[in-house]
Ligand binder design. Structure first.
Ligand code: GLU
Length: 366
């Protein structure tokens, strides 16, 4: 569980509070991070960093101390803070002869298969060049309203770790572990060392957000762990302020909580699972059983359609699976409940004869 000898690709997510000190950036922390990353790189590992802190650094530069709730203000602060943040990374990495690269992304980039492949190729190239990619959300262009935002870097880091086939994801923040009960309320709360399965109870008991500038909390970390669990990637939650925390964890020290992976889905299934759904297809129990047995989804089993989508879009199937639909929402409304042989008569020729093939259907849980 704690043997990371064969973990070659390591993603490290750094939370805002871990990076900051007295309202500004904690240069000592970033220097220590660079030194630990340099050690790992020397031992042949590939490191990808997912950093928060742009909004916090921008706010501190602009002398804003209260919580920033407005989107425009968060975006302005991120725009001011991102170059400051990168210059801190550059300064620290220079000391260890390491080159770092800034990569900014939005949820849209990862959702779209083509842009996701472009991003993956770029990061693979950087890694081959021995460069350490430092990723953050492109907060300036991403907003929840238009569905381009991840919402928090915990989720972003898990998606990135999953899509880049990372072996381990370290989430370093002020949340040092998962506890069996709320440690702020119960003195006898105990840290959970290993989680084999993220049960509904664990999900329910996860609290909410952390601090003024950070968006994450235990809830988003559990969501992140679920994403990584489907990618065969181990996640470790740990207190980022522990001295040499990365080196210690990779050496196998019993720090924080490790979430064990559940299944290793292939790349395409992971992309499908983590893509935002454009609508929902509600199907009957018989059709659910059929697709569970790796059969295609047929129009016969469809009860209703919601949302507006095009052929090739990702949709939810009830609330149990995601699929790529061969038909648009309008077409599906016309063929719902009908036999496949009727598709041609209703929609004309040149259409597929199933709604989704098994390769394009993934269950959220299994
Ligand atoms: N992207 C945000 C920033 O750099 C952080 C989001 C988060 O805290 O998860 O400030």
């Amino acid at each position: 569980m704690r043997n990371f000898t064969n973990s070659k690709r390591i993603a490290i997510k750094i939370g805002t509070n871990t990076l900051s000190k007295d309202g500004g950036v904690d240069s000592t922390f970033i220097r220590s991070l660079a030194s630990q990353v340099a050690e790992l790189a020397k031992s042949g590992r590939e490191i990808v960093i997912i950093t928060s802190g742009a909004i916090g650094m921008g706010a501190s530069q602009l002398k804003i101390s209260e919580a920033i709730t407005g989107i425009q203000m968060r975006q302005a602060c991120a725009a001011v803070g991102q170059p400051l943040l990168m210059s801190e990374y550059k300064k620290a990495f220079d000391k260890f002869d390491l080159t770092c690269a800034q990569v900014l992304l939005t949820a849209e980039v990862l959702n779209n298969r083509q842009t996701y492949l472009n991003l993956k190729n770029a990061i693979e190239t950087l890694l081959k060049l021995g460069v350490v990619p430092v990723l953050n959300e492109n907060d300036c262009v991403a907003t929840d309203e238009i569905g381009t935002a991840f919402g928090d870097n915990d989720k972003l880091s898990a998606l990135v770790a999953s899509k880049l086939d990372a072996d381990v994801l370290l989430i370093l923040s002020d949340i040092d572990a998962l506890y069996d009960k709320d440690p702020r309320k119960f003195d006898d709360a105990k840290a959970v060392k290993v989680v084999f399965e993220i049960t509904p109870q664990i999900q329910k008991s996860a609290g909410s957000k952390g601090s003024t500038f950070a968006t994450g909390g235990m809830k988003t970390k559990i969501e992140a762990a679920k994403i990584a669990a489907n990618a065969g990637c181990r996640i470790i939650l740990a207190d980022g302020k522990i001295k040499n925390v990365i080196t210690k964890i990779i050496a196998g020290e019993d720090i924080g909580t490790v979430f064990m992976p559940k299944r290793k889905l292939d790349n395409r299934s992971r992309w499908l699972l983590n893509s935002a759904a454009a609508g929902t297809i509600t199907i009957d129990d018989g059709a659910v059983e059929a697709i569970k047995k790796k059969k295609s989804l047929l129009p016969k089993g469809i009860k209703s359609i919601s949302g507006s989508f095009s052929p090739g879009d990702v949709v939810m199937i009830n609330n149990v699976a995601k699929a790529v639909s061969n038909f648009s929402s309008e077409e599906l409304k016309q063929i719902a409940g009908k036999h496949s042989s009727e598709i041609k008569n209703i929609l004309g020729g040149g259409k597929k004869d199933v709604v989704a093939i098994p390769e394009n259907i993934v269950f959220l849980d299994y």
